[in-house]
Design a protein around this ligand. Sequence first.
Ligand SMILES: Cc1cc2nc3c(=O)[nH]c(=O)nc-3n(C[C@H](O)[C@H](O)[C@H](O)COP(=O)(O)O)c2cc1C
Length: 186
Amino acid sequence: MSETLKAIVQRRSIRTFKPEQITDDELQTILEAGQFAPSARNEQSWHFTVVQKQDLLSKINNALQTVFLNSGNPGLIERAKAENFSPFYHAPTLIIVSGDEKAIAPQADGSLALGNLFLAAHVLGIGSCWIHSLRLLFDTEAGRALNQELGIPAGYTIIGSGAFGYNAGAAPAAPPRREGTVTIIK
Ligand SMILES: Cc1cc2nc3c(=O)[nH]c(=O)nc-3n(C[C@H](O)[C@H](O)[C@H](O)COP(=O)(O)O)c2cc1C
């Protein structure tokens, strides 16, 4: 199997991170991979916001805790009460991918970019995980107030985000693949 195919099969979502920051070179390689994803009519409708500043990571964490607590969802409320609450698992780097609402397919473009970020990270020995709850943040007043601080361009919507850092735990086993998800017609 080629190294590329091996990386695709072996990448896993990582949820425990060392506090040590990834290097700037590694970050640039990951971001370049994101920017080389395919996009509808080559619009490259994404924007990448990298947050490595501890103050801002804490601010995002606190705002998300409030969103979870006020969600009315028992599972989210329970998680928010945890002493060590962090929906991005205390990762030292968070990359938020937003997309131009006027583009043809911002959700698809941004998701493909996120997929490339995760694969590139894996190849570099860096753990990563898609963090969806960032989107909830921007449904609230407090969250929207962070938009400007995060440099998310006007008219862009959050597609998703990724937590990145060196894995502090064992490499997780791949969850079994679901049967019956392929139809081949020839
Ligand atoms: C759209 C999307 C949203 C996800 N949201 C979260 C999330 O908020 N938190 C989390 O821990 N994992 C999240 N994940 C990661 C999935 O749980 C993970 O990809 C899945 O369990 C398969 O595991 P694997 O990535 O190791 O193959 C998300 C993945 C996708 C594609």
